[in-house]
Structure formats: structure tokens, C-alpha cells
Design a protein. Structure first.
Length: 118
């Protein structure tokens, strides 16, 4: 069974940092692009960041550019999201995803809650 398991969420004060991890099991994603998305209650899921299979290409949403960094360790089948200078508006559930085909991101984790207090 393929699973993506996020961890590292929690409560942090504005201006603080968190590092999210997403560990994959059941298959290797070392040849697949990976990404992070987030979703607030009642709103559509939005893109945060993505990384190519090699880690050589990254892309970010404007709202997190310069504050968040996506990285991966293919040997550990894990992708990370380092979040710095957190803002209260970053308070949402964060999901990792894997893109195993050109059809888009087709594997999703269960999400981890990030709460930023002002």
C-alpha cells in the first residue's frame, strides 16, 4: 500500500519556523516530482511548492517565495518543506503529493496542521 505521511506540523508564533516532512512508503518516488499544497477550511487546495525528481528544479507560489524551501532526500524517500518567517495566514493544513504521471499529482498524504499565532 502506497502511503505519504506528513509530520512536523504544530503551533508556532509569527516569525517562527517549522520543518515539515513527508515520508513515502510502499513504493519509491525517487523518479517523480513531489509537491506541497495547503488548504484552509472552506477553500480550495492551493499549490505551495514543487520539486523535480532530482531536486534540481524547484518552483514556489508567490505567497511563500523567499520564505519556504522545498527539498528531498531520495535515499530516504522523503520530501521536506522548511518554512521560515511564518505568518498567521500560513495557518492551514499542509499536504504533500507525488506526481507519478503526466496526469498530475496522484498520490496524497493525509495532511498536517500548521497554526501560526500572532
Amino acid at each position: 500500500q502506497v502511503q505519504l505521511a506528513e509530520s512536523g506540523g504544530g503551533l508556532v508564533q509569527a516569525g517562527g519556523s517549522l520543518r515539515l516532512s513527508c515520508a513515502a512508503s510502499g513504493r519509491t518516488f525517487s523518479r517523480d516530482a513531489m509537491g506541497w499544497f495547503r488548504q484552509a477550511p472552506g477553500k480550495e487546495r492551493e499549490f505551495v511548492a514543487r520539486i523535480s525528481w532530482s531536486g534540481g528544479f524547484t518552483y514556489y507560489a508567490d505567497s511563500v517565495l523567499g520564505r519556504f524551501t522545498i527539498s528531498r532526500d531520495n535515499a530516504k524517500n522523503t520530501v521536506y518543506l522548511q518554512m521560515n518567517s511564518l505568518k498567521p495566514e500560513d495557518t492551514v493544513v499542509y499536504y504533500c503529493a507525488a506526481r507519478s504521471s503526466s496526469a498530475g499529482f496522484d498520490y496524497w498524504g493525509q495532511g498536517t496542521q500548521v497554526t501560526v499565532s500572532s
